[in-house]
Design a protein around this ligand. Structure first.
Ligand SMILES: [Zn+2]
Length: 465
């Protein structure tokens, strides 16, 4: 069936204009004012709304299973929440697999678990947890099967050392892929955590940010830039950047021409470490890594979004429940499972806190939530833009809808939201994926399993803002 999205204001990464959009067989086939209406068409009324590319969240953990603890949502509920928040594609970070497993082990497992569940389109980052000849030679094959980015951790059990990082950077670069990094210094975190343990002070969540200070992130970022240089200037991507000091190093590196892409998340823009000082056990809700930082860090990240030194806003959605955090973390904060939910609130929060507060403009907003993640992570030109031939993934965004964020108004399958009580103005009214309506006026019409695996292409470096 053909659909006509009529009467809206189209907003892309570079332009804002009045236009209708004609959709046939899931793709955009016409863009222009007053496109002829035919009786066979279904009209989607976008009057008074912005028509933007469907948003893309390239950092989710919808399906994380740590054995004893599993996240609350899973692929179905997580993707339903994403759709309600305007997100039409995600790229999931798989958890670590069994020790010494093959490189494709987790991606094969996740593909199998996602295929009948997802309501939005999806891809996976590869995860490298050890390095040997088999892993290095498998990187090329993985990129060729539509998984064109790999995740490497500098902390946690599956972390890599510097020699292995250089090898992975080189192999991934040679295959046309992109290596993404969780940048925190493991030794610093280990030492400071032990000091806190030795003092017996393990029930106070305020010690969480003390165990992972800003210089731990800045050191890791600085080292990664040097390692990328040694790896023949392999392009790198820093996930969930949280600090002003890390950003300063990145700005300098970008001025010197290094290919370093940067992502931050709404929590690092809108919440501060004062959350760990709250009076009751709610403080445990904010256990995430990296931790929340200072207002100065938030301000620097907003500046980075505006001046082009940060490219992407993703979520790191990881919905361990408050109940799980309490159970494991009440007597030892370092045992609370880390991570927060956010896949549904990313777009409205960035609009309210960014666009309405004049920190970023509408086109920059589209770049950050859709076009840049699509370009950097190889979903473009199929996703992330409004162009003839692109998938008709559209977010029809009503700037007048007001909500106060709470678990009651959200569809995330988890017992809390760290953004509870925040007032937002502007919410996706209708969300289309490949021309089909996923959500309209808060009602889901997507069917389980409608989401498709995205065969991602090679990474492209962004044009400067
Ligand atoms: Zn993550």
């Amino acid at each position: 069936m053909s659909r006509l999205v009529a009467g809206g204001t189209v907003v892309t990464a570079t332009k804002t204009f009045q236009s209708d959009i004609l959709i046939e067989e899931g793709r955009i086939v016409g863009i222009g004012e007053n496109i002829d209406r035919k009786s066979s068409q279904e009209i989607v009324d976008a009057t008074g709304c912005y028509v933007m590319p469907g948003a893309i969240d390239v950092h989710t953990h919808l399906n994380l299973n740590l054995g004893e603890e599993k996240v609350s949502d899973g692929f179905y509920h997580g993707s339903v929440a994403a759709a309600h928040g305007g997100t039409t594609s995600i790229v999931e970070h798989p958890g670590f697999g069994p020790a010494h497993c093959a490189l494709n082990h987790q991606m094969d497992l996740y593909r199998d678990q996602a295929k009948d569940e997802m309501v939005v389109d999806y891809g996976f980052h590869g995860v490298v947890q050890h390095v040997d000849e088999h892993v290095l030679s498998a990187i090329k094959g993985l990129t060729a099967t539509g998984i064109s980015s790999l995740k490497v951790y500098l902390t946690y059990g599956g972390r890599l050392g510097d020699e292995d990082i250089i090898k992975v950077m080189k192999a991934t670069h040679a295959a046309g892929g992109l290596t993404a990094f969780h940048a925190e210094n493991h030794a610093i975190i280990g030492e400071l955590t032990q000091e806190i343990r030795d003092k017996g002070d393990i029930t106070d969540p305020a010690n969480h940010p003390r165990s992972r200070p800003d210089y731990s992130e800045a050191e890791a970022v600085n080292r990664l830039i040097a390692l990328s240089r040694a790896a023949g200037n392999a392009p790198i991507y820093i996930v969930h950047l949280s600090t002003a000091s890390g950003l300063e190093i990145i700005k300098e590196a970008r001025r010197n021409g290094f290919q370093i892409h940067v992502e931050t998340c709404p929590q690092y823009l809108t919440l501060t470490e004062s959350c760990y000082q709250e009076a009751d056990n709610k403080r445990l809700q904010y256990i995430m890594s990296p931790p929340l930082r200072t207002q100065k860090d938030c301000d620097a990240l907003w500046e980075g979004l505006a001046d082009g030194s940060i490219d992407v806003v993703a979520t790191d959605h990881c919905s361990f429940s408050f109940a799980q955090k309490l159970k494991n973390g009440k007597t030892d904060i370092f045992k609370a499972p880390g991570g927060i939910p956010g896949v549904e609130t990313r777009v409205p929060l960035l609009f309210s806190e960014g666009v309405l507060k004049n920190r970023i403009d509408l086109n920059r907003f589209v770049q950050l939530v859709a076009t840049n993640p699509a370009t950097i992570m190889g979903l473009a030109p199929q996703k992330g833009s409004i162009d003839i031939g692109s998938d008709a993934d559209l977010m029809i965004f009503d700037p007048e809808i007001e909500k106060i964020i709470s678990t009651q108004v959200l569809h995330q399958h988890v017992d809390y939201t760290p953004f509870a009580g925040m007032r937002v103005k502007g919410w996706p009214k209708t969300v289309l994926l490949r021309g089909e309506v996923l959500v309209c006026d808060g009602k889901l019409s997507a069917t389980k399993g409608f989401g498709r695996f995205i065969n991602r292409r090679k990474n492209k470096y962004l044009v400067k803002v």
